[in-house]
Design a protein around this ligand. Sequence first.
Ligand code: ADP
Length: 276
Amino acid sequence: MTDKKPELSAAMKSKVEPKVFKKNPINGTKFTIAISSAKGGVGKSTFATNLALALKKIGCKVGLLDADIYGPSIPKMFGIDEKPKSDGQKLEPIMKYDIQCMSIGFLADQQTPMIWRGPMVTSAIKTFTQKVNWKDLDFIIVDMPPGTGDTQLTFSQEIKMDGAIIVSTPQEVALLDVKRGIKMFDKLGVQILGLIDNMSSFTGEDGKKYAIFGEGGVKRTAEEFNKEFLGEIPIDPEVGKFGDQGKPIVESNPENKISQIYLDLANKIKSNYFKN
Ligand code: ADP
């Protein structure tokens, strides 16, 4: 046995020439915003659906693209149980709450796992961005899968993305993934609009605030990477309840404090892109 590390082959050592991709905007839409989380279970789909609804409520025309091929959530969270129509060339998005929606979950049975390799995922993403009849949209909100894989790469390199919002809980284990996510978008030249601290704390009936996943971690990460901190969304059982009922909180209860946070954020995003 020798301690010497095996030499990399010449082919592995040789620098791969970066491939230059032509960036295509999504048909029929002005601005594409990705909602990313790096880690699963932090509330990314909840955020994507509610932000889409908030943008609609302030007068924008909105599309919602579920790019989470292995774990689509939009059919459940928007209560959609129908198949999109196709003219043989293009798929028609499904209209719900005045939002144009598309998800792999509309095409496959809800309980059928998508046992697909990367190239098939990439091909599905291309279909959803180029072969869906998105019509006259101001914003398309893309619910990304967790992680830093094929879908993120396809969107960043081949699709014109106008910005990404990173959602996280303040827990260290989630923040580690967030840091990887930030570095990925920076490397791929995608503008990060900011970081959101979801499930930041819970206020009990005793009026006390409990920092269940720790405190301030997302804000600190934003500062560390020189990104904007977009704010905190506390834990509210109503959020989960309405999500499960297929009518997210911004649509079910616009007066709720959390809905107001989404509406403020939607106004901020709108004024960022549509300067009057
Ligand atoms: P992800 O898309 O990151 O996997 P989800 O959006 O599916 O995460 O959310 C994970 C769970 O957390 C869901 O049960 C959702 O209802 C719940 N959830 C998300 N945000 C909140 C919140 N602010 N308050 C309470 N529950 C929340």
